[in-house]
Design a protein around this ligand. Structure first.
Ligand code: CMP
Length: 144
């Protein structure tokens, strides 16, 4: 089924120059880019994005990491993009992510794992609404 997912290149992915590589993998698979922005997120926003994990012992570390530098927030669309996108990304723990996946190729640490992708259609819908409240495309007009 045609669906959308939310993908975020985390601060380590940006700092290590992996933005083009990551976007290229989604493009070459055949998915369509529907929204993209470069964002510094504030603590309260990161806590909201990861609210489901607020009781985890690593929550503080996770939030500190996400706010440590700019991230690339994207909306990708295509057939089964939520599940297939997570296959392209690879398992959360880089020790389990297969070579050929983004995390398998570029990450060795579970809390610095380069990229985030929504885990279900419903969480994608929530995350897209949170990150792109004005819609995925920015419109600019000289006439105000
Ligand atoms: P992500 O796909 O963004 O979803 C939640 C994130 O929590 C996950 O990627 C990891 O970066 C992080 N995470 C999950 N488990 C751990 C852990 N045991 N220690 C530190 N960070 C973790």
């Amino acid at each position: 089924t045609m669906e959308q997912t939310f993908v975020m290149i985390k601060p380590d992915g940006v700092q290590r120059g992996l933005v083009g590589e990551i976007i290229g993998r989604f493009e070459k698979k055949g998915f369509s880019l529907k929204g993209l922005k470069f964002v510094n997120v504030e603590r309260d926003f990161a806590e909201k994005h990861y609210a489901d994990l607020s009781s985890k012992p690593f929550f503080g570390v996770l939030v500190d990491y996400i706010i440590s530098g700019p991230v690339v927030a994207m909306v990708w669309e295509g057939s089964n993009v939520v599940v297939t996108g997570r296959k392209i990304i690879g398992a959360t723990n880089p020790a389990d992510s297969a070579p050929g996946t983004i995390r398998g190729d570029y990450a060795i640490h579970i809390s610095r794992n380069v990229i985030h992708g929504s885990d279900a259609v419903e969480s994608a819908r929530k995350e897209i609404a949170l990150w792109f409240p004005e819609g995925p495309i920015a419109w600019r007009s000289a006439v105000e």
